[in-house]
Design a protein around this ligand. Structure first.
Ligand code: TYD
Length: 210
């Protein structure tokens, strides 16, 4: 079972994935928790190029291809092997982030992006995608408080608004794959919703701990 987590900045994905991973491991599932961009040694090098505040001149097409390079490595080196052993993969962002950020955010043609993403992933799609949805101003304020501000966080408010609307549009287009969760309430409420959505999907898939 391949589960991805998407959402605008500051939606708390990382914390929620960590708690979920722990919960699933306690139940006996073989869980791999990874993230994009990065998740491999090569991917982490690409990540630092992408986020370096010095790289302000980076063209959107360059950005797109670097994200796909990191993704291709992660899919082949980490995700597919774990799935083929019958494990559960939890991935902090995946292909939908390219559609939301580069497509809706930077206004790059969505069809062209979908093609590039298919090439990078070799066609691997998530079984379930959780969208942790949050008002953009609230998310960016949380993010600024946490520190670790990067080059992409620094895009303007309108960019981040388009990204959020992009995620919501993607979720509407494929309702069988997406579950949208309101990330505004206190973390324990959001975590309960995350767990419920994942446990329900594991039950439907008849997937018991490996
Ligand atoms: P990161 O620091 O990992 O934080 P978070 O996922 O918690 O926001 O930042 C990842 C950034 O990269 C985020 O701004 C979204 C962006 N991104 C894209 O623009 N396109 C992509 O394909 C991916 C995977 C991420």
């Amino acid at each position: 079972m391949f589960i991805t987590f998407e959402g605008p900045e500051g939606s708390g994905k990382t914390t929620h994935i960590r708690s979920l991973a722990e919960h699933l491991r306690q139940l006996g599932y073989n869980v791999l928790h990874t993230r994009e961009p990065g998740g491999t040694e090569i991917g982490d090098q690409i990540r630092s190029v992408l986020f370096d505040m010095k790289n302000k001149a980076m063209h959107p097409r360059t950005e797109i291809l670097l994200f796909q390079a990191s993704r291709a490595q992660l899919v082949e080196q980490v995700i597919r092997p774990h799935l083929s052993q019958g494990g559960v993969v939890l991935c902090d962002r995946y292909a939908d982030s390219t559609l939301a950020y580069q497509g809706y955010g930077h206004k790059v043609d969505l069809e062209a992006l979908a093609e590039i993403v298919r090439f990078a992933t070799g066609g691997l799609k998530p079984d379930l995608t959780l969208l942790l949805d949050l008002d953009v101003e609230v998310g960016l304020a949380r993010r600024a408080q946490q520190g670790g501000w990067n080059r992409l966080d620094a895009y303007d408010l309108e960019f981040h608004r388009r990204v959020r609307q992009g995620f919501l549009a993607l979720a509407r287009q494929e309702p069988a794959r997406w579950v949208t969760i309101d990330a505004a309430p206190p973390p324990e409420i959001v975590q309960a919703a995350v767990k419920a959505a994942v446990m329900e999907r594991l039950a439907i898939a008849g997937k018991s701990p490996a």
